[in-house]
Ligand binder design. Structure first.
Ligand SMILES: Nc1ncnc2c1ncn2[C@@H]1O[C@H](COP(=O)(O)OP(=O)(O)OP(=O)(O)O)[C@@H](O)[C@H]1O
Ligand SMILES: O=P(O)(O)OC[C@H]1O[C@H](OP(=O)(O)OP(=O)(O)O)[C@H](O)[C@@H]1O
Length: 325
C-alpha cells in the first residue's frame, strides 16, 4: 500500500524510530490503545482505530518536523527540543545581523504538552578526570566536541559574555570552537579532537569509562510529548494527550486496599487520602470493620504500608493500575 497517499485527514504523530526512547514510547502507545502495524523498514504506520499516522523519525529530528508544523504531535527528549530551539534562535540572530529578514518570535516552534517520565538524562559539560580543566570557564577558547552544537554554542557564548564583563572587555566572535560530532562523543578527548565535551549522561558509566568527569549541566532531560504551535486535527491531539496522561498517571500510582476497624478509619484514611477521597465499604457481617481502597503514589507505597500497619490496618493489598482518567 502506498502509505504516503493515505495520510490525508490524519493526525501525524512522530515517534522515535530507534534508540533509548523507542521501547518506552511504544509501551505508551499500547497503553493508550493506539493500534498499528509497522511494516518492515517502513517509517509510516497507519493507526487502525484512530485517524492518526505514526511517523518513525530519529529522536533528534522530531522537534524540526513538529516545530515547522509538518507533524502535529511528537515524542522525543527535552534535550532535542532545546537543541532545536537554540538552533532557531541562532538562525534568527544571524538573519537579523545580516539584515536578511526580521526575526519573528512567534513563527513555528514546539509546545511541551507533558513530561512522560522516562528517558531521564543530563546534558553535561565533561572534561578529562585527570586534566588541567576544573571549571567551565577553563574551556573558553578551547575545542569542544558535541552532538548538541547549538546548545554548546549558546552555553559558551554566555560564559564568554560573563568573562568579558568581569574583565571589562568585549569580543564579538565566539572564542570557543564547537566541533560537531554525530556520536561516540566521549572518544573526542582521548583522541585529542577536543579539550572537553558536551554530551548526555544517565548512569555515568560511559563518561567514567572514557576517563571524564562532569563540571556543569546544560539541560536536564526526560522524554516529552510535544505539539506544534498550530496543530491540525486539534480534537485528535487532545484525545491522544488525554489518553497518554491517563497511562502516565496510572504508571505513577497503585491501588491500595485494606481492612481496618471503623474506630481507626480516620487515622488510616489520613495516610491514604486518595485522589479525591478513599472508597470505604462496610465488611459483610462485621459492622466494626470497613474495607478501604485508595490510589497511592507508587514511590510512597512501602512507607504507606508501614504506616497503615502501625494504625492497625490488615489484609493490605497493592494492585497495579492499567489506566486512569
Ligand atoms: N543514556 C541515556 N539514558 C537515557 N536517555 C537517553 C540516554 N541517551 C540518550 N537519551 C535520550 O534519548 C534520546 C535519543 O538518544 P539516542 O542516543 O537513543 O538516539 P538515536 O536516535 O539512537 O541517536 P544516535 O544514533 O545519535 O545514538 C536523547 O535525545 C535523550 O533524550
Ligand atoms: O551515562 P550512560 O548511562 O553511560 O549513558 C550515556 C551514553 O548514552 C548515550 O549514548 P548512546 O549509548 O545512545 O550512543 P551514542 O554515543 O552513539 O549516542 C550518550 O550519548 C552517552 O554516550
Amino acid at each position: 500500500m502506498d502509505l504516503v497517499n493515505h495520510l490525508e485527514g490524519r493526525l501525524l504523530f512522530a515517534v522515535p524510530k530507534k534508540g533509548r526512547l523507542l521501547q518506552s514510547a511504544l509501551n505508551l502507545l499500547e497503553g493508550a490503545d493506539i493500534q498499528f502495524r509497522r511494516e518492515n523498514r517502513l517509517d509510516i504506520a497507519l493507526v487502525k482505530n484512530h485517524p492518526i499516522a505514526l511517523i518513525f523519525l530519529p529522536a533528534a529530528d522530531i522537534p524540526t518536523f513538529v516545530g515547522e508544523g509538518r507533524v502535529s504531535l511528537g515524542i522525543t527528549g527535552r534535550d532535542t527540543v532545546a537543541e532545536h530551539e537554540a538552533g532557531v534562535v541562532a538562525l534568527r540572530k544571524e538573519q537579523a545581523e545580516s539584515g536578511k529578514s526580521t526575526p519573528q518570535e512567534d513563527e513555528g516552534g514546539c509546545v511541551e504538552i507533558m513530561d512522560l517520565g522516562f528517558g531521564s538524562c543530563k546534558l553535561q559539560v565533561q572534561v578529562p578526570e585527570k586534566g588541567q580543566y576544573s571549571k567551565p570557564s577553563d574551556l573558553i577558547g578551547k575545542n569542544i566536541g558535541t552532538s548538541f552544537a547549538h546548545l554548546a554554542e549558546e552555553y559558551f557564548a554566555k560564559l564568554e559574555v560573563e568573562e568579558d564583563a568581569a574583565n571589562g572587555t568585549k569580543s564579538k566572535k565566539l572564542k570557543t570552537k564547537i566541533i560537531e560530532l554525530s556520536g561516540s562523543v566521549e572518544a573526542a578527548c582521548a583522541l585529542g579532537v577536543a579539550d572537553g565535551i558536551v554530551d548526555l549522561v544517565e548512569s555515568g558509566e560511559t563518561m567514567k569509562a572514557a576517563g571524564l568527569k562532569p563540571i556543569d549541566t546544560v539541560v536536564s532531560s526526560t522524554a516529552v510529548l510535544i505539539k506544534s504551535k498550530n496543530p491540525t486535527n486539534l480534537e485528535t491531539v487532545d484525545l491522544v494527550a488525554a489518553r497518554i496522561k491517563g497511562v502516565i498517571a496510572a504508571q505513577k500510582h497503585v491501588l491500595c486496599q485494606y481492612n481496618v476497624e471503623r474506630t481507626k478509619l480516620a487515622a488510616a484514611t489520613k495516610i491514604t487520602p486518595g485522589k479525591r477521597a478513599p472508597t470505604v465499604n462496610a465488611l459483610e457481617g462485621d459492622g466494626a470493620w470497613v474495607a478501604v481502597s485508595s490510589m497511592v503514589e507508587k514511590k510512597k507505597i512501602a512507607t504507606v504500608m508501614d504506616e497503615l500497619t502501625e494504625v492497625g490496618a490488615q489484609d493490605i493489598l497493592v494492585l497495579e493500575i492499567a489506566n486512569t482518567r
